[in-house]
Design a protein around this ligand. Structure first.
Ligand SMILES: [Zn+2]
Length: 164
């Protein structure tokens, strides 16, 4: 018997960052160690996009991740390596062109596999404290992934369709 309830439907593709400086070239292996140290059953993400743009596989897609409270049973987590200034704390959007290209390809593949899926950033799933149905910056639990993933993805698709 598996030690988890398999994901039934994937409603969200959640973009994260590893919250590490641009100079730290880490990947699946290092994140797996970091997450085990935090008590998870191994890496919490389903995919990792390294600084080079190489995509590494984390958890199997049918296994709930450990990446966003309240949504793990109906989402897949994708981690862009980077996201902080050299201090390792202050948020900084510092991803490489290769990472954005890899993210486009990966989101394209996953949204074909799960046609109703919504692309969001981790911060977009923060609690809507004032219930206005908009997650505004003062409601973000954290800045992860440090960029507006839904707008970035929507903008890419508009451009892509116009050129198709
Ligand atoms: Zn995150």
């Amino acid at each position: 018997m598996p030690a988890f309830t398999p994901i039934k439907s994937v409603d969200y593709l959640v973009v994260h960052c590893s919250a590490t400086p641009a100079t730290r070239d880490i990947g699946r292996k290092e994140l797996d160690i970091m997450h085990r140290q935090r008590g998870f059953m191994g890496i919490g993400y389903h995919y990792v996009i390294r600084r080079s743009g190489v995509v590494e596989k984390g958890r199997p897609d049918n296994q709930p991740g450990a990446h966003v409270e309240g949504f793990n049973s109906r989402s897949l987590g994708i981690c862009m390596v980077g996201g902080t200034k050299p201090d390792g704390k202050t948020a900084e959007c510092n991803f490489t062109p290769e990472q954005y290209a890899a993210l486009r390809t990966l989101l394209g593949t996953l949204s074909e596999a799960h046609p109703k899926v919504e692309v969001v950033g981790h911060r977009d799933l923060s609690p809507d404290k004032n219930k206005d149905k908009v997650i505004s910056p003062n409601e973000w639990l954290k800045e992860c992934p440090t960029f507006d993933a839904p707008s970035w993805w929507a903008g890419y698709q508009v451009v892509h369709q116009a050129h198709a």
